[in-house]
Write a protein that binds this ligand. Structure first.
Ligand code: KIV
Ligand code: NA
Length: 270
């Protein structure tokens, strides 16, 4: 199976009303990427790794070096999906030039197919700058977690007329600027539908609408790694329980000396 490409993803928007939604999940490690890759169209190395892997309180402290290390691992662990790497807070907002310096490092050092960055109208110029220089950009609008301090929390967006209009103009601006696709996160369903209908690139929803052109979730959320998650997460497993149970049995085996057993020790052949 050949790896999908960004233009192939973008074209999916035009494959008719019955088009199959695009499947995206986050991945942070090589082995996780290997397991998810055959089932996905896109793997996102999200800056959510700050909370999920590093125990940070938000995505704000995530660095470019962290994103590059995990991005390279996910590219090594996949051969089918388009791999996209989040640009971390502080690595792109100052200017198109700053964004290009950071994005070009991501592209060169990970082998990813493109980058994702948060922002709408305010990031349109930067999206155009990167796109025209050969770096595919996925935008991220609606609830943008890097702006948590300005937004005042992680609540759904679009509850006022002003917010509704802002999200629509953000969507149009990033599509116009050349974003090949966009994530729309944590917005009222009707806004996600309006955005999906009003731009000509695939709109990937998270806490958005079943009518989006695709869906994404944080893999660990979907696997049931955490006690508490956002309302929009559907849990497909309870990996937290699996891990706790395995650790509990291992600990009991060590403590009563039933591990290692005969099968797990080396003895001279006779
Ligand atoms: O960082 C992330 O995981 C994301 C997705 C939730 C879209 O940006
Ligand atoms: Na992110």
């Amino acid at each position: 199976m050949k790896r999908l490409t960004v233009p192939a993803i973008q074209r999916r928007k035009f494959e008719g009303k019955t088009q199959e939604p695009l499947v995206m999940l986050t991945a942070y490690t090589a082995r996780q990427a290997q397991l998810l890759d055959p089932h996905c169209d896109m793997l996102l190395v999200g800056d959510s790794l700050g909370q999920v892997i590093y125990g940070l309180p938000s995505t704000l402290p995530v660095t470019l070096d962290m994103m590059i290390a995990h991005g390279a691992a996910v590219v090594r662990g996949s051969y089918h999906s388009v791999v996209l790497v989040d640009m971390p807070f502080g690595s792109y907002e100052a200017s198109p030039q700053q964004a290009f310096a950071s994005a070009s490092r991501i592209m060169a050092e990970t082998g990813a197919a493109g980058v994702k960055l948060e922002g709408g109208v305010a990031m349109a110029e930067t999206i155009g700058f990167l796109t025209q220089r050969g770096i595919p950009v996925m935008a991220h609008i609606g609830l943008t977690p890097q702006a948590v301090n300005a937004l005042g929390g992680y609540g759904a967006r679009g509850k006022t007329q002003e917010e509704h209009a802002k999200i629509l103009s953000d969507a149009r601006a990033v599509a116009q600027a050349g974003a090949f696709s966009m994530v729309i996160e944590g917005v009222l369903e009707d806004i996600a539908n309006a955005v999906t209908d009003s731009v000509d690139v695939p709109v990937i929803g998270i806490g958005a609408s079943a009518r989006c052109d695709g869906q994404v979730l944080v893999t660990e959320d979907m696997l049931g790694m955490f006690e508490r998650t956002a309302r929009f997460v559907k849990r497909y497993d309870n990996i937290a329980e699996t891990i706790s149970h395995a650790a509990q049995r291992y600990a009991a085996d060590v403590r009563d000396r039933s591990f290692p057993g005969d099968d797990q020790v080396y003895r001279p052949k006779i």
